[in-house]
Design a protein around this ligand. Structure first.
Ligand SMILES: Cc1ncc(COP(=O)(O)O)c(C=O)c1O
Length: 377
């Protein structure tokens, strides 16, 4: 297959000089994102405060994220991080009835586990679905989710090794027991198809800086319309009110729908960047990005195996997102040495993660694997 994104690759100037394969952590910067941030700073510098315009751009970013996951814009809130999005959801749940169990997994990003552990003081019991060879067999969810489970919280794709889980199956298990499903989609949004309606997800959060091509400081929270009006997050602020500009200090009126999960002043410049980045992803289409990244995944796995490297990611492509993790005992040091040689990858504990996006070529993945093999030996 010929490289399909020749035109789009040119939007990322860094690729002329470096090999950037770190989308599981921070993607490359596009000219569109640079221009959007400049639009914000130029406007502020020359025209002064444009509150209405800035807030409007936040709404546009919500809309683009809604398009990406097949939600409606009024089902999206904006928060500064995925951790805070999860905390806001947790703050809206009551753990005092018979249903007080949170089922999460050993493969989840620690921060989200911490959010649930912090709910123990409010009555939550946290159970961790174990992993087996860096995977989670679906039967394990069946075993852990029971009639006491209030919510299941899991990552669509795992930060450590890209393990991709079947949301439709997991939502059926959760809902079958009367529990809700919270999905951390930070490692899948932008590289793997997400349809919250088809997958029947209740809550979903993703930040902008990984496969969504944006910057840190902004995250999107989806809350299913039918559910949102029942919930009253205690992590809140004036943007979560019916009319933020009523300035009524004595009234805690929750806005309709998911807007009630908005908190304080939104991250404006981050929303400019996120909107530009999301528009690019939506224009190209995840339906084109995902198969190409599967091809790169396939190549990374087979080429790595040829080299004798140990792969910590699932070998079955249906169970894997774009990130391929290679065992590497001194991963942080190797990451640093690769960076010195112009190859940007991402280390976590004992793995080097090679996480391409649509703008990467097979040759770049090969070169990174060659370098990893050489430095590791
Ligand atoms: C899967 C996943 N969830 C959550 C986070 C943390 O997100 P935030 O820093 O926005 O809270 C990360 C960060 O790497 C992640 O990979």
């Amino acid at each position: 297959m010929e490289f399909p994104f020749v035109k789009e690759r040119q939007y990322f100037p860094i690729l002329k000089n470096k090999i950037q394969l770190s989308s599981c952590s921070q993607s490359a910067m596009s000219l569109q994102v640079e221009a959007a941030m400049k639009e914000y700073t130029d406007g502020w510098l020359t025209e002064g405060m444009d509150w209405t315009g800035w807030v409007h751009r936040v709404e546009m970013a919500k809309q683009s994220f809604a398009t990406l996951i097949n939600a409606s814009p009024d089902e999206i809130a904006v928060l500064p991080s995925v951790s805070l999005a999860a905390s806001a959801v947790a703050s809206a749940l009551q753990f005092t009835t018979g249903r007080n169990k949170v089922v999460t997994t050993e493969m989840d990003f620690p921060s989200i586990g911490h959010v649930w552990l912090a709910q123990q003081s409010r009555g939550a019991q946290v159970a961790y679905v174990p992993s087996e060879n860096n995977e989670i067999p679906i039967e394990f969810y069946d075993r852990y989710v029971d009639e006491q489970t209030l919510i299941v919280s899991m990552s669509h794709a795992a930060y450590y090794n890209g393990l991709k889980q079947d949301l439709k199956q997991i939502s059926a298990i959760a809902h079958g027991k009367g529990a809700r499903l919270f999905v951390d989609a930070y490692q899948s949004a932008g590289c793997a198809a997400i349809d919250v309606k088809e997958m029947d997800v209740d809550f979903l959060a993703a930040g902008a800086q990984k496969y969504l091509l944006g910057i840190p400081g902004i995250a999107f929270l989806y809350v299913k319309k039918e559910l949102a009006d029942e919930l009253q997050p205690s992590i809140t602020g004036w943007f979560g009110r019916i009319d933020p500009f009523s300035f009524d200090v004595k009234s805690l009126d929750y806005a309709e729908g998911t807007r009630r999960f908005d908190t304080g002043t939104p991250p404006m410049i981050n929303a400019y960047a996120a909107y530009a980045a999301l528009e690019l992803i939506n224009q190209i289409g995840v339906h084109r990005i995902e198969p190409y990244l599967n091809e790169l995944s396939n190549f990374a796995v087979s080429y790595g195996q040829e080299k004798g490297l140990t792969i910590a990611s699932p070998l079955d492509l249906k169970r894997k997102a774009a990130n391929t993790a290679f065992h590497c005992p001194n991963a942080s040091l190797i990451e640093m040495k690769m960076r010195e040689r112009g190859v940007i990858v991402s280390a976590r504990n004992d793995v080097i993660r090679i996480a391409p996006h649509f703008y990467n070529k097979k040759e770049e993945v090969a070169l990174a694997i060659d370098m990893l093999y050489e430095l590791k030996s």
